[in-house]
Each structure stands twice: as structure tokens, then as C-alpha cells.
Design a protein around this ligand. Structure first.
Ligand code: ITT
Length: 199
């Protein structure tokens, strides 16, 4: 089955490709000729996820799914949240975002946080579905590890002694927010869409 993943984030693309395996022919945005930034202006993760999928579907006519994700830190009232990509500014720098997060948590003992991913799938029939995945954990005092991307070096999943950036991608993919949302999406595709009952 052919699926387009509406993301410009190559780290997300790599994770999702590994999860999907070979039964799906995954196309990136470059392959459908979409090089412009996708709009993300709704102010919520669910809204931005839907907005990205609908934009690509409307402009390129491709059945596709989008992923909007964010890190929500309890002591920061859910920030950076929907602004996770631009937390430290429009340069969208992973390093600057992590530095600002650690700065804002200086002296804070409550380090509880969670990652959330919402995947939106839109089909030729203009039907829209959403799938959510959450990973709970804590923010470390300093970055650890060089794998992964974004806030992975400072995110310690609950029950783990290693940050996400200290894990191989295959291991991150067994516990992550994105993997959980993808699991729901894939089981939906198996049961509903691929069988032809909704597509
Ligand atoms: P697209 O919109 O093109 O998909 P993006 O990077 O802008 O790419 P988001 O709007 O969903 O993606 O931004 C989420 C940000 O949250 C992302 O840039 C990272 O900084 C962070 N993030 C998301 N998933 C993450 C993960 O699995 N590990 C670490 N950080 C993550």
C-alpha cells in the first residue's frame, strides 16, 4: 500500500520508515513535489496535525498522514507543548531548544514531563482519523546521549536508566509516543482501511 507521510522532519521519517517495514511504500514530501513549509497555526497539537495533513491532501491530492508532536513539562504548565519545534526561536534548533528548557528548569525539582504525538490520516474520501501516543518520563539535569533528535538527550522515559538519545532507534521505537500512535494507526489500516470498508 502507498502512503505519503506529510513531514519535512527527516528524523520522524526515519523512525516511521522503520516502524512500517516493507509492507508499505512510504513517500516523503519531496517525492510528491512539496518543498514548502507546512502550515502549523492552530495553536494545538491535534489541530496542527490535522492542518498539515489537510494541506497536503488539498494541494497534492495524496492520501497522507501527518504527525504533530510536542514535549509537555509539568512544572512549565505544559510548555513547550505545541511550540516544541520553535521553543528557543524561529531557527528551530534542537540544541537551542534543549538549552532553553534546561535553563527554565534550573532549580526545579519536579522534572515530570511527557511526549505526545497525534497522527492524522486523511484519505481520498476526505475522511479524517486521529491517533494519539504518549510517553511519560522526566527531564534530566543535563543532556545525555547522541542518538535520536530534538529533546531526546534530556528525556528519561519512566522506568528507564537511559535517555531516549542513549537508546538505539529500534529500542526507542518499542516505547515512544510516535510508535504508540503509529501502532494504533497501523492496526486501523489493517482492520478498517486496507479491508476496503472505509476507503
Ligand atoms: P513537521 O512539522 O514537518 O512534521 P517538525 O519538526 O516541525 O516537523 P513538529 O511540529 O511536530 O515537527 O515539532 C515537534 C518538535 O518536538 C520537534 O521539532 C522536536 O524538537 C520535538 N520532538 C518531536 N518528537 C520528538 C521525539 O521523538 N524526540 C525528541 N523530540 C521530539
Amino acid at each position: 500500500m502507498e502512503l505519503c507521510f506529510a513531514t519535512h522532519n527527516l528524523n520522524k521519517l526515519e523512525e516511521v520508515k522503520k516502524i512500517l517495514g516493507s509492507s508499505y511504500n512510504l513517500q516523503g514530501l519531496a517525492e510528491i513535489g512539496c518543498t514548502e513549509e507546512l502550515p502549523e497555526t492552530t495553536g494545538t497539537i491535534a489541530g496542527n496535525s490535522r492542518q498539515k495533513a489537510e494541506y497536503v491532501f488539498a494541494k497534492y491530492g495524496a492520501a497522507c498522514f501527518a504527525d504533530d508532536s510536542g514535549l509537555e513539562v509539568e512544572a512549565l504548565q505544559g510548555a513547550p507543548g505545541v511550540d516544541s519545534a520553535f521553543y528557543a526561536g524561529p531557527q528551530k534548533s534542537y540544541q537551542d531548544n534543549v538549552a532553553l528548557l534546561l535553563h527554565n528548569l534550573t532549580g526545579v525539582t519536579n522534572r515530570s514531563a511527557r511526549f505526545i504525538t497525534i497522527i492524522t490520516f486523511i484519505t481520498e474520501a476526505r475522511k479524517v482519523w486521529q491517533f494519539e501516543g504518549i510517553l511519560k518520563g522526566e527531564i534530566t539535569d543535563s543532556p545525555r546521549g547522541v542518538k535520536g533528535f530534538g529533546y531526546d538527550p534530556v528525556f528519561l522515559p519512566a522506568g528507564s536508566a537511559r535517555t531516549l538519545a542513549e537508546m538505539e532507534l529500534t529500542e526507542k521505537n518499542t516505547i515512544s509516543h510516535r510508535a504508540k500512535a503509529m501502532e494504533l494507526f497501523l492496526s486501523f489500516l489493517d482492520k478498517e482501511y486496507d479491508s476496503g470498508s472505509n476507503g
